[in-house]
Design a protein around this ligand. Structure first.
Ligand code: ATP
Ligand code: MG
Length: 398
């Protein structure tokens, strides 16, 4: 390391809503630490819980590139709002000043004499200087050394100094975390996962609210190719970085779709099929101890998502159906899919099982009585149990 005044790099994590959790806070923080540990299993890190922050210490001599990689990886773990690559400085005002000067030395901001501010926080009140005294000391030194103008209201460069129990953390900038709650703190749910754009985003949203999710995909096999399964698998693999140990379950659904088709109520095919998917999902959910189903429905987006048809879907099962995208526009969903990296997978071509049944014109106001009549003929409850028996598991342990 050439930047000796800077000491050792580390990663500093700011918690999101976990801090609002009152008496449950301890449980949430434990869960979060366990999730962080699992996400960073390829690195040697020492996870230290401090007051309101988590510090990740790296072995002595660790390079800044590794610290960057750790910061990037951990920023995918739900429950964190900010991730900083920080430097650990001895608790001494002079050392802190020197390090701050070193930290910004080669930055573009210094080169173009950007407006700057120092923001100090003292989590350890025994430190000899108060926050505003640190601001003055370090700010004055930066001003003297580089001639940068101070701007406390609207700085282009902010030097953060956090005085902690055993050391001072120094950093500029940082990357946003995912926000939300630690995966697993809200229970387990089963996501109905097509190869489309919406359901991966719905899965992400619910993981971010603390649900651990399993994924269930209905393939048109044997009447379609396996492409949609590969696609669902690729989506799950991508989403796995937010929770780890994901499981994809696949239902061969083609024959059941044929039976629905044979029932002769073309306009109701789509919604009858959706109800059979939900009934099967409910059966699977019971077996894996999931307490809710999740879909990518968005109100009015397609004919199966009218208010009447959504009501008809809710009516098919007892478990709650969570629909995190219900009030989002397609453009908003696409933007989020792009941000979380699932869009380009969803856009790959495939043979979706739904196309097997797509009617010329679909019912937008399906009557539950009509649907139940179809289901009596199909023996839908039995069929759902059989379909649940036929699921194949794809586990992602790596
Ligand atoms: P998506 O982009 O998620 O496919 P969509 O806009 O295409 O959604 P639909 O195809 O009507 O809308 O599906 C609505 C929801 O039903 C999906 O978000 C998903 O949760 C579920 N779903 C649809 N098809 C399947 C499938 N083959 N396997 C599992 N779930 C499915
Ligand atoms: Mg779809």
């Amino acid at each position: 390391m050439t930047m000796t005044a800077l000491g050792e790099p580390c990663v500093l994590l700011k918690l999101g809503e976990v801090v609002l959790k009152g008496r449950n806070r301890e449980v949430f923080e434990m869960r979060l630490r366990a999730n962080i540990k699992a996400a960073l299993k390829d690195y040697t890190v020492d996870i230290r819980q401090r007051h309101g922050v988590i510090a990740l210490f790296l072995p002595e001599g660790t390079g800044v590139e590794v610290a960057e990689a750790v910061a990037q990886r951990v920023s995918e773990v739900p429950g964190l709002v900010l991730v900083h690559l920080a430097w650990r400085i001895p608790k001494d005002p002079e050392a802190v000043t020197k390090a701050a000067i070193e930290l910004i030395k080669d930055t573009g901001e210094v080169a173009r004499k950007a407006r700057f501010a120092v923001r100090a926080r003292r989590r350890d009140k025994r430190f000899p200087l108060r926050s505003n005294e640190i601001d003055h000391l370090v700010g004055g030194a930066i001003n003297d050394t580089y001639g940068l103008p101070v701007d406390l209201k609207n700085p282009e460069l902010t030097v953060h100094i956090e005085v902690d129990r055993d050391e001072v953390f120094l950093f500029t900038g940082g990357r946003p975390g995912q926000g939300g709650l630690p995966v697993g703190s809200s229970g387990r749910a089963l996501v109905l996962m097509s190869g489309g754009i919406d359901s991966p985003v719905a899965a992400y949203r619910m993981m971010r609210r603390g649900l651990r999710v399993d994924f269930l995909h209905f393939s048109g096999i044997p009447f379609t190719t396996s492409e949609s399964i590969y696609k669902a698998y690729a989506l799950v693999r991508s989403l796995d970085r937010f929770q780890g140990k994901s499981r994809l379950w696949v239902v061969p659904f083609g024959k059941a779709q044929q039976s629905i088709k044979a029932s002769g109520q073309e306009r109701l095919n789509m919604i009858a099929q959706r109800r059979l998917m939900l009934k099967t999902a409910e059966e699977v959910a019971h077996r894996i101890h999931a307490e809710a189903l999740v879909t990518g429905d968005s109100l009015g987006q397609v004919s199966s998502q009218t208010l009447t048809n959504i009501t008809a879907q809710d009516n098919a099962v007892d478990l709650p159906i969570l629909r995190p995208l219900i009030g989002l526009d397609k453009t908003e969903i696409i933007a989020e899919a792009r941000r979380i990296g699932t869009l380009e997978i969803s856009e790959l071509p495939d043979e979706d099982c739904c196309t097997l049944l797509a009617p010329r014109s679909a019912e937008t106001r399906a009557k539950i009585e009509d649907l139940k009549q179809i289901e009596r003929r199909l023996d839908a409850e039995d069929l759902a149990a059989q379909l649940a028996d036929s699921i194949q598991a794809y586990k992602l342990d790596a």
